[in-house]
Design a protein. Structure first.
Length: 270
């Protein structure tokens, strides 16, 4: 009996996308041997039917994750990022500046999705999966301020066991963190430390030149991710950003949380 060629090719593509790292069209072509024109049609069909999604952060294709119950943290991170993508695009259109989604995974925050590639404003791009300094970054501070005391204690214990290479991060952890987190709760958002350059190194070694604020995404009482808004530090826009866009960021965070809840995302604890 003859098989259905198009279905067989679609299944080959899905099998190739089983890994959670994204793949480009060229990588899928190389791995499957399917012509690029056919691949594009297959991917469009799979995307339309909800089996595949294309991240806006890096333009790579990933298999969609169905989370009807408890799942591994890598699947949870992928699903939250997938759900967040259209909300980030909408927020960027309203606020002009781009945003990132940082998902909670193994006591750390890692970049799950970003609208930076959609922006023509020249902000630094980061790879999906990169982890941020949880003490100095705006998402890290939002996470620590609004997560449960038990989770915060576990995260800070992890940070003490794996100290940051950044002296400012170690200083804040030792002397200033409680005051910063109290201020974060009072303001409703986390702020990036002025001495943080965006990577796990001193600002003199690397500085992306950005500033940021961030809000938590809280689903069923648990912080599952944080969302920031970034802009060039030289413009000194923080007061204006807070005044004009904080409420919109908070509304977007609630909308993402509700979409995650509607998708039956179940929080996992590693």
């Amino acid at each position: 009996m003859k098989t259905i060629d198009s279905l067989e090719r679609g299944l080959i593509v899905l099998r190739s996308l089983e890994e959670y790292r994204g793949q480009s069209l060229a990588e899928l072509h190389q791995g499957t041997g399917i012509p690029k024109s056919s691949l594009l049609r297959i991917l469009l069909t799979l995307e339309k039917t909800g089996y595949v999604w294309k991240a806006i952060g890096d333009g790579l294709f990933r298999r969609s994750i169905s989370l009807a119950g408890r799942q591994r943290s890598d699947e949870l991170s992928t699903r939250i990022s997938e759900i967040s993508a259209p909300f980030l695009s909408e927020l960027r259109e309203r606020a002009l500046w781009p945003s990132d989604i940082l998902v909670v995974r193994n006591h750390q925050l890692e970049l799950g999705e970003s609208s930076r590639r959609q922006s023509n404003l020249g902000v630094t791009l980061y790879d999906i999966g990169v982890r941020v300094d949880i003490i100095l970054s705006a998402p890290g501070r939002a996470y620590l301020a609004f997560c449960s005391p038990e989770e915060r204690a576990a995260v800070l214990d992890f940070v003490r066991q794996h100290p940051s290479p950044i002296a400012r991060s170690r200083q804040v952890l030792k002397n200033e963190l409680d005051e910063i987190l109290a201020q974060t709760r009072a303001c409703g958002y986390g702020s990036r430390d002025p001495r943080f350059g965006g990577r796990a190194m001193e600002i003199e070694e690397f500085d992306d030149g950005l500033d940021a604020i961030a809000v938590p995404i809280i689903c069923d009482g648990k912080v599952i991710a944080c969302m920031n808004l970034v802009w060039p530090r030289k413009y000194k826009l923080k007061t204006k950003i807070v005044r004009n866009h904080l409420a919109d960021m908070q509304a977007t965070a609630r909308a993402i949380a509700e979409a995650c809840r509607s998708s039956n995302i179940a929080v996992v604890d590693d």
